[in-house]
Design a binder for this molecule. Sequence first.
Ligand SMILES: Nc1ncnc2c1ncn2[C@@H]1O[C@H](COP(=O)(O)OP(=O)(O)OP(=O)(O)O)[C@@H](O)[C@H]1O
Ligand SMILES: [Mg+2]
Length: 561
Amino acid sequence: MSNHILLLLVAVTLMVIEGSTMGLLSYSVKPLFDNIFVEKSSNMIGLVAIGIFLIFTVRGISAFGQRSITVTIGLRVITDIQKNIVRHLLGLDSSFYSRNPPGALIERVRGDSQALQSFASNALIVFGRDTFSLISLLSVALWVDWKWTLIAFIGTPLLVFPIRGLHILIRKTTRRARQSSADISNRLNEIFHGIKAIKLNNAEQHEHGRFAEEVRKYLKVQSHSEYGKAALPSMIDIIAGAGFVGVLIFGGQQIVNGDKTIGEFMSFFTALGLLFDPIRRLSGLGGNVQAAMASLERIYALFDEQPTIVNDPAPKTVTNPQGDISFNNVTFGYNNQPVLRGISFTAPAGKTTALVGPSGAGKTTIFNLLCRLEDVESGEILIGGQPLMEIDIVDLRNQISVVSQESALFDETIHDNIAFSRRSAEEDEIETAAKVALVKEFSDLQSEGLQTLAGPRGSNLSGGQKQRVIIARALLRNAPILLLDEATSALDTRTEQKIQHALETAAEGKTTIVIAHRLSTVRSADIIHVIKDGQVVESGSHEQLIALDGAYKELNRTLEQ
Ligand SMILES: Nc1ncnc2c1ncn2[C@@H]1O[C@H](COP(=O)(O)OP(=O)(O)OP(=O)(O)O)[C@@H](O)[C@H]1O
Ligand SMILES: [Mg+2]
């Protein structure tokens, strides 16, 4: 920050120099007219010419210096803001991401901060340079004749209210335009991710229509904002024109009377003429400030978002990761829609527990709660007798390997996707995980082997291949708690049997919870909990539950198919 301030000081100094050249330039018009043109003394020509050339040179150099510096500062500040937003976003809960789609968030990280950046550098330059130009030119005008100056600016107070109105309009329309821009990014994101579904459903026309509608909305609000910005300098023009005419009538008379020299009159008008540009730009700046504020508000709103899933003020490390996992009377729901209604069960230490139940029963939700991706509303979860809420979240997640239902691959190599779970892993450990999870079976067919790219969100791989990469990732993590959410659902029977075997070996000595819809997986579990309507309705081994002739037996019929 301190070197920003130092650079800024240099930039401001250069702006003062650049701004002052404007005053000097208009001032030099007086000797040009009075001494050269009126008195006709040609020996002054060279001197004034050199002077004017020097002024332009100084102006050029200082302009280059201050522009480069301010743009660099602007860029640095904005990239810092982007880094901070992303750090902040990484810390927010998954519920935040359910509310804010990726496309819109990308627009906020990139678009809003870029809008701010172009404004910041531009504003600094305009504000710095033009203020000093204004001061120097105004000094020349006042020096020539303060009454003329007063006449030239007499109309400006009339502008206060219209300008205020325009500012409000610009702020409002820009705010809408930024939101609209986020909606556009969101649509694009949905289109590109859903391209296959769009094609298969012949929905190209429909999607194009939706996109066109978003663009139309954007066009409308953004153009209103631009009209507002364009109107500001134009109003200045009209009022300035009136001032100009006033001075012309009043001052022209004084020259005719011989009270003022032509040089003074020309110098004044040069200053006044040159004053227009900085005044227009400065007044336009007000509009740009409003537009930038709209982006800034949106960035601040992101920083205002706070994670609700946070560490205990005095978090503890896991004391007994190899202990039993218990849910005691846990309730939870999304958006006030209850999912778990006082659920209680135990997954015994070192054993394999299966959770079965119909789709939407809340099985994946149980995993989310255990990893603290969501927090319970009431009740308690214990690991080895220790309440989940007092455990440091990072430490908690270090104890858990998850194979989740949704494939969570990145646009990186298969190798890096596996290593993602333990980035310090040795090469041979990654190789072993890839082998055990049968990733090698398909990666070896590729010339690049494990270095083959998985594609955006793993799209270069088949469903079963993705699942195997994710299993390899979980094996590599090798944590004491293993959570498998339909880990093998996308595999053919032969591959599933092989992986099942590998998973059983990996699960040895670990507290494992499996969610499965296939009998083969469930049957071998040490204990099975049947979940229905947000509660455990039956618990026991496969044989016990069949003998019970209840919900499990009923479910079993579907499992068998
Ligand atoms: N992020 C979310 N926001 C809102 N509701 C959700 C969210 N995730 C899940 N739900 C709802 O919670 C309920 C339980 O979902 P969950 O994913 O736990 O089911 P499940 O038992 O794993 O089902 P399946 O066997 O189909 O995977 C469902 O009704 C679902 O619609
Ligand atoms: Mg699920």
